[in-house]
Design a protein around this ligand. Sequence first.
Ligand SMILES: [Mg+2]
Length: 411
Amino acid sequence: MYIDRVHCDVLVVPDCDRDYCDTAQDNAVVRIATNTGLVGIGEVESNPWVIKALIESPSSSAYTRSLGELLLNEDPTDPEAIWERLYRESFLVGRRGAGICALGALDMAVWDVFGQASAQPIWRLLDSQAGKSTVVPYASLLPTGRTLDAYRDSLLAKAHWAVEAGFRAVKLEILIRGPFAQYGLQQSNDAIVDLVAAGRAAVGPDIDLIVDVGYCWTDWQEAAQVMRRLEKHHLFFIETPLMPDDLDGYAKLAEATAIPIAAGELLQTRFEFAELMDRGNVAVVQPDVGRVGGITEAVRVAKMARQRGKLVVPHCWKSGIGIAASTHLAMVSPNCPYFEFLPAVTSESTLRRDLVENDPVPVDGQLPAPSLPGLGVKLNMTAFERFAHFARVGGATENDFEATQGLTAIG
Ligand SMILES: [Mg+2]
């Protein structure tokens, strides 16, 4: 068996709002096919046109090979060997950043094919002894709202819904200050403290409450002052208080507050995570399965975290494809109490809601151990074609690479 076709498609929602913080409005979805007729899928959160170019552009030297070309004729039953080859032979372009994101989407698809060929869910191929019968998603809640009042109302309504739906942990996206404040909202630290208090009151005392402040502080001392005011709300962790490269700031902040600190959603490879843990001293690492470099690399990061006594709580803000990948990672990671889950009900994105036919839906706040071969999710091709169409007509047309060419051949 060998891989004989590789595609990457750009998908965009029809009503894409470029000032909204919701990155589930687009997607880069890869599909790889084998000579035996299997099709594996993967996705990654990045700029999807960049990912498509990295996968489908031709090779230009021995150091700058095309990821798609490298994958052709490979045997998909050895994902780690494929990962090493793609990493090594693309490293002038790749090695970090978008190059690893593209590799990550392909790695996910390779594992999907390997699982289908073996008639096993991916987690069993990773660790046949994995002891979990369920995995636990946390509800990740991004409000709408262009004013503080509207933002607060939307956030609390979604928090109430998540508790009613049975989630055991809830994350409040409080993106109202700093460089990524939604719609340019620039609110005070007092407003952040008030929103966290209102969020805790909304979910009650028994829910594990997580707060994502979206890199809102540039100074660890200011972050420490605010976080000390939040300690009474017993947060499970606070996410990305500082910019990703301020590792010394992270280390100082970890000393200055009792609230566990989480980071890593943007990072690539185990090498960046080693720095985040050993120099930044965060308590919780958040690899995104696609962005860190795929299932192969995410499992390595989770193991490194476990060796260091740290939790892994994967980031995921895309579709049912990435959620499935996170469930397999959670299955084989004893140090993974939760993984990020964007509930379809509270998502404004039709792409999040419609892309896969068998979107995982938690029951009593849990998902059962995946049992279908491979990733275990199936694309809804009608929705897929629609989002590919909107990418062509509504996106940056100069970067349109004839996104649906060959769809019928591979689908
Ligand atoms: Mg985040």
